[in-house]
Design a protein around this ligand. Structure first.
Ligand code: ADP
Ligand code: MG
Length: 597
């Protein structure tokens, strides 16, 4: 693993030696490639990692460039002062563009960000301040003692250093907790929130990083070209950036860099046939989407997997070096408080005219395994959604360990010790098994990411500790052999197991399981029973929705029976089984449970 890591220092060496052999025109092209690589890395952070469709990346690039140009010409600022202010301005613009992302997603967000980018373009072309269509010229060069930053050779090094820093930072983010949270949010937003991720914050954060990186590239562009004009940051450039990221591979930092190299080179070769440029990019995008949907980086990763070569990385061997002593096993919960774990008091939830829950009350004692049964559509999952903060009830209250948690958001419920699984599996599909668990294991609040700037070594240390703990947990679930598989590639039974493992990784005091036995074979069901008992043995209170009567009757100590959004019976399994109301409800419905009762 370590040996493969030499590739990157070699690449950096090559990058730094290039200007020695290149003529000044080629150096100029190389600078442009590196600047676009920086902007594209920003786009892959927000879109590839964060899953936020951002069609305003070219506008971020433009904001940085225009702000620095304007401040250092019209306002006469020193370029070194104008530069950071321009970057901060871009960050502020990026946060503004992110506001719609708090409500809108996917193509809606794409359209809104595109609209904002168009507004930006037309502002640049029409405002007197920005020089209208002719732009701003005579932008002063950046000056450093001993260097000639007005010429391409020395400027090349400045941009190369920026590129190395940006790529290094993006790789660091991508391979550690922040990037993992971005990807979790991208893969499944509900499961991410249920794992304790504050979605809004991370959406803003993804845009902020894209803005930061785009702003840096913009500033470097303005003081190199010494001239900025609207068409440099318009839709054509946005399309080019999208093509870079899609062709390179959306969630790959290297992919974005390779995409920039390929497309800027192609653009230079195609200057003679301008009419066909966009057509060629479009053709390349279509070909990528059809033949390598995860881009060149994805295709390379698949090839490596097929040839059984490890993925090269400087970071991963460093992170996986055995560090801290392994923690104790399956000690998931802090000692649970006494009393009622969960109390639901007259909760109602309506969807338009439908009463999914109509005054449901229920109590779950500390350390209990509590079953919830009832026909399909009787409101069981809705109750879990209310308890775990996905829905706010129309009326009624929910108490966890005596504390009123009604209407708390999903990530907060996770942090209050309530973990859940979903009826229809919701794994982070494009994360590995290990990463799925690590997402939930990571209990750091969002503010802790300041460490990326002030104490990156702490990020690394935590990462190692978490990796060790996640591997331990996977051993408990007999998933350690597939730790590095993508979750989406696991067999169904293992996916179900992983989802429970991930829920436990959050160290809950209350675990909500929604039909965990669905689709499992007989042996897997036996395993599940043992797992549920073991989890309770570790001090976790378990509430399980299940249709499988064998499991319910054998594992649960108390049952609540739902019918049409109401509790129709409650008690021990034996009491419930002989309750005429229950028998009536089930026989009336003809559900599979009826046979078991
Ligand atoms: P169960 O888990 O017991 O099968 P659910 O809680 O999933 O039942 O659903 C209860 C009722 O609420 C069903 O009629 C279902 O269609 C309805 N329902 C659940 N979620 C929604 C939603 N988001 N919008 C509209 N109706 C919903
Ligand atoms: Mg359900």
């Amino acid at each position: 693993m370590i040996r493969i890591g030499f590739g990157k220092p070699l690449l950096v060496g090559l990058l730094l030696l290039l200007p020695v052999v290149l003529d000044s025109y080629t150096i100029h092209v190389a600078i442009l490639i590196m600047l676009f690589a920086i902007v594209a890395v920003g786009l892959s952070l927000v879109m590839g990692f964060g899953g936020q469709v951002n069609l305003a990346q070219a506008a971020f690039f433009g904001t940085g460039a225009y702000a620095s140009a304007l401040l250092s010409t019209t306002y006469g600022w020193n370029p070194w002062l104008a530069a950071p202010v321009a970057v901060l301005t871009t960050c502020a613009v990026a946060l503004t563009v992110a506001i719609p992302a708090l409500r809108l997603q996917s193509h809606y967000l794409g359209i809104v960000s595109l609209g904002l980018a168009l507004a930006f373009s037309s502002l640049l072309s029409n405002s007197d301040l920005t020089g209208g269509a002719s732009g701003i010229s005579k932008v002063p060069p950046l000056a450093l003692p001993g260097l000639d930053l007005s010429g391409p050779r020395d400027y090349y090094y400045l941009v190369a250093i920026a590129l190395i820093l940006v790529v290094g930072f993006a790789l660091f983010v991508g391979n550690t907790t922040l990037g993992r949270r971005f990807k979790a949010m991208r893969d499944d937003v509900l499961a991410a929130a249920a794992s304790g991720i504050e979605i809004r914050y991370y959406r803003l954060m993804a845009f902020l990083l894209a803005g930061l990186v785009g702003g840096v590239a913009g500033v470097l562009y303005a003081h190199n070209a010494r001239y900025v004009s609207p068409d440099t940051f318009g839709l054509g450039v946005m399309f080019l950036l999208l093509a870079m990221v899609i062709i390179g591979g959306q969630d790959s930092v290297w992919g974005a860099v390779v995409g920039a190299v390929l497309l800027i080179t192609a653009r230079n070769l195609l200057t003679g046939i301008q009419t066909y440029q966009q057509l060629v990019y479009g053709g390349l995008i279509v070909a990528t989407v059809v033949f390598a949907p995860r881009g060149l980086a994805g295709a390379a990763a698949d090839l490596r997997r097929r040839l059984n070569l490890p993925w090269p990385s400087i970071l991963i061997p460093w992170l996986t070096r055995p560090g801290l002593p392994p923690p104790a096993r399956l000690k998931v919960a802090p000692p649970a408080p006494e009393g009622l774990a969960l109390r639901v008091d007259s909760v109602s939830k309506r969807f338009k005219g439908l009463h999914a829950l109509a005054g449901v009350s229920l109590e779950v004692g500390a350390g209990e395994i509590h079953g919830i049964i009832g026909p399909n559509g009787s409101g069981k999952t809705t109750l879990f959604n209310v308890i775990s903060g996905i829905y706010r009830p129309n009326s009624g209250r929910v108490f966890v360990w005596g504390r009123d948690v009604t209407g708390q958001r999903s990530f907060r419920m996770s942090r209050l010790g309530v973990a859940r699984t979903f009826q229809n599996l919701r794994l982070f599909r494009q994360l590995t098994v290990l990463e799925n668990v690590m997402v939930a294991l990571d209990r750091d609040p969002a503010q802790a990411h300041i460490r990326y700037l002030i104490a990156p070594w702490v990020v690394v240390r935590n990462e190692r500790a978490r990796r060790a703990r996640a591997l331990r947990l996977l051993e408990d679930f007999d998933l350690h052999q597939v730790a590095d598989e993508l979750a989406v590639n696991l067999a169904y039974g293992r996916q179900r197991r992983l989802e429970i493992g991930r829920a436990l990784a959050a160290e809950p005091t209350i675990l909500l399981l929604d039909e965990p036995a669905a689709g499992l074979n007989a042996a897997e069901q036996e395993g599940l029973k043992a797992t549920i008992r073991k989890i309770r043995g570790a001090g976790v209170t378990v509430v399980v929705i299940e249709h499988n009567m064998n499991l319910v009757m054998n594992v649960c100590e108390r049952l609540t029976v739902f019918g049409h959004g109401k509790v129709i019976a409650a008690g021990t399994p034996r009491e419930v089984a002989s309750n005429p109301v229950v028998i009536e409800a089930y026989l009336g419905q003809g559900t599979p449970e009826a046979a078991a009762l």
